[in-house]
Design a protein around this ligand. Structure first.
Ligand SMILES: Cc1cc2nc3c(=O)[nH]c(=O)nc-3n(C[C@H](O)[C@H](O)[C@H](O)COP(=O)(O)OP(=O)(O)OC[C@H]3O[C@@H](n4cnc5c(N)ncnc54)[C@H](O)[C@@H]3O)c2cc1C
Length: 387
């Protein structure tokens, strides 16, 4: 007797694939995740800011609704994961301080503040003195800033470990297989072809392979939107015990017009990021990027030069043509998508998992996720199209 056919095969075990697999299994579906190296993509590089408000300038209105909705789900999701697995994903309600280095940076912060207020978001405007009261390690010359009480953080690496454990406890099978193609019977998706050429049949296929989603063959033309990699480089530093807390909140800086962020963890890790580069599938770490991040960070936080650098890294954010995610059913029956989360995949994991699990269970796409249907980005090829 062969293996039983799962209801769903999930291609990709990053935060999106694993969270959705867990939620789908929680709805009684049998789920198999295929990934040669679960958690090895963007999710393990991410800083873990949960920042619907300070990221609002990158987003459209519908996406803002999605990010706010997801942020509201985080406390319960983190508690549920910790309860189910004993692994705490380190969700922390730190709030976020934004510091402007000079007069031009302050003007940018004020513009951002006006935009956030026009969206009805809760943000406080701070003088230089008020910013430094919140974060005493900041440079004396900081001109002013903002405080966002609702933008928090989680540790993505702990999150992945917790999701893998939660998947195991709900009966999700995680297979270390690369998927080379989606299998179809002409009308619908019927499973996947693995890297070794064998097939795995499934009731439905969920593509959640981040920026590698487009490399999976077998999907008819006009079904998959393009997903491109946007490179981000960052570094991790360690704050010695006697110097903690080095920062009390997530810190964003505007330094001569450039944006940086620092995310302090309870265990002394401090994540400094990140570049935004259109370099294709390149994950090299460059001296120039690390130099610029440290140079800008030192300007607002001089003490950073005393810290130990523990890691430098580059990851690939999955981005669509409109930089918004693609969630839900595709034009090919049985094929569902959850990718394109770009700068906010950690933040968007809870709402994505709940919405896409609902679709996999045969329900209508929840209202908040409807604007993100893959249809908006793809047009079926015309029958007359010459290739
Ligand atoms: C520098 C940086 C900082 C970031 N900071 C934040 C942040 O602070 N907050 C936030 O919300 N987001 C942040 N992000 C964005 C976030 O990391 C991504 O949006 C999110 O991780 C995407 O998750 P994913 O599961 O879709 O993709 P990934 O994590 O990339 O996972 C894709 C998975 O698919 C697997 N895979 C690929 N091809 C195949 C195949 N053929 N068969 C099977 N499996 C396959 C890979 O092995 C991988 O495990 C950051 C990203 C970067 C790069």
């Amino acid at each position: 007797m062969g293996e039983p056919t799962p209801d769903v095969v999930v291609v990709g075990g990053g935060v999106i694939g694993l969270a959705t697999a867990w939620r789908a299994a929680g709805r009684g579906l049998s789920v198999t995740v295929c990934d040669p190296a679960p958690g090895s993509g963007a999710s393990t590089v991410a800083a873990g800011m949960l920042a619907p408000v300070t990221e609002a300038h990158y987003t459209e209105q519908a996406l803002l609704r999605l990010t706010l909705d997801s942020a509201a789900r985080w406390p319960a999701l983190a508690a549920e994961l910790a309860d189910a697995t004993g692994i705490d994903p380190a969700y922390r309600e730190t709030g976020t301080v934004l510091a402007a280095a000079d007069g031009g940076d302050l003007a940018m912060a004020e513009e951002l503040h006006a935009f956030q207020q026009s969206l009805g978001l809760s943000v406080d405007r701070l003088t230089g003195r008020e910013v430094r009261t919140l974060e005493p390690m900041l440079a004396p010359g900081i001109r002013g800033g903002l405080f966002v009480a609702g933008d928090h953080q989680v540790d993505p690496r702990r999150l992945i470990r917790a999701l893998l454990a939660a998947c195991a406890t709900t009966g999700v099978t995680v297979r270390p297989d690369r998927v080379s193609a989606v299998r179809t019977d002409g009308d619908s998706a019927t499973g996947v072809v693995l890297g070794d050429g064998t097939s795995l049949a499934a009731g439905q296929v969920l593509l959640a392979a981040g920026c590698w989603t487009g490399a999976i063959d077998g999907v008819p033309e006009g079904v998959l939107p393009t997903v491109r990699p946007v490179k981000g480089q960052l570094l991790r530093l360690q704050v010695p015990e006697q110097a903690r807390p080095f920062l009390r909140h997530n810190l964003r800086g505007i330094v001569r017009g450039a944006s940086i962020y620092l995310v302090p963890r309870a265990d002394g890790e401090l994540v400094l990021g990140a570049t935004m580069e259109e370099q294709g599938f390149d994950t090299t770490v460059t001296a120039g990027a690390i130099y610029e991040l440290l140079r800008d960070a030192r300007e607002i936080l001089p003490g950073i030069t005393e810290l130990t650098v523990t890691e430098t890294q580059a990851g690939l954010r999955p981005a669509t043509a409109d930089n918004m995610p693609v969630l839900g059913a595709t034009a090919l029956p049985g094929l569902v998508l959850a990718t394109g989360h770009f700068r906010n995949g950690i933040l968007l994991a809870p709402v994505t998992a709940d919405a896409v699990a609902a679709v996999l269970a045969g329900e209508a796409t929840p209202e908040v996720a409807r604007p993100f249907s893959p249809d908006r980005l793809v047009r079926p090829p015309s029958p007359m199209a010459v290739r």
